[in-house]
Design a protein around this ligand. Structure first.
Ligand code: ZN
Length: 120
């Protein structure tokens, strides 16, 4: 298998409902986003896909959750915008953007020391 990894980042606010701790108050993160795309063969150019295209597609997709309060986003009105749920949101949405390419995993870094992954 071949795997590509694309990285970008967004700056967004959130707070956690029903959580007793500092994160119940609104605060922001610069979230580092990593997406992993896998394919078992290459095209005639020797690529899984064009990095430039994928980077642009990821940037455009992430614009929907950049510089907002994530709790105001329709996806997160019921579920908490944790790193885990943000990873799932990106997985579900970005999978459709890059289809038929296969998204293998999404990592969402909340800080330099902690990230959550989602994959199926
Ligand atoms: Zn937080």
């Amino acid at each position: 298998m071949f795997e590509l990894r694309i990285q970008d980042e967004i700056a967004s606010a959130h707070f956690l409902r029903g959580y007793e701790g500092k994160c119940k108050n609104i605060h922001g993160h610069t979230w580092k986003i990593e997406v992993f795309i896998v394919k078992d063969n290459l095209n005639e150019l020797g690529m899984v896909a064009d990095f430039a295209v994928l980077k642009q597609q990821l940037k455009e997709f992430l614009m929907g959750i950049d510089h907002i309060n994530l709790n105001d986003h329709s996806y997160f009105t019921e579920i908490n915008p944790t790193a885990e749920n943000i990873a799932k949101y990106i997985y579900e949405g970005f999978s459709k953007v890059i289809a038929p390419l296969r998204l293998n995993k999404v990592n969402v870094w909340e800080s330099d020391r902690a990230y959550a992954s989602y994959y199926e």
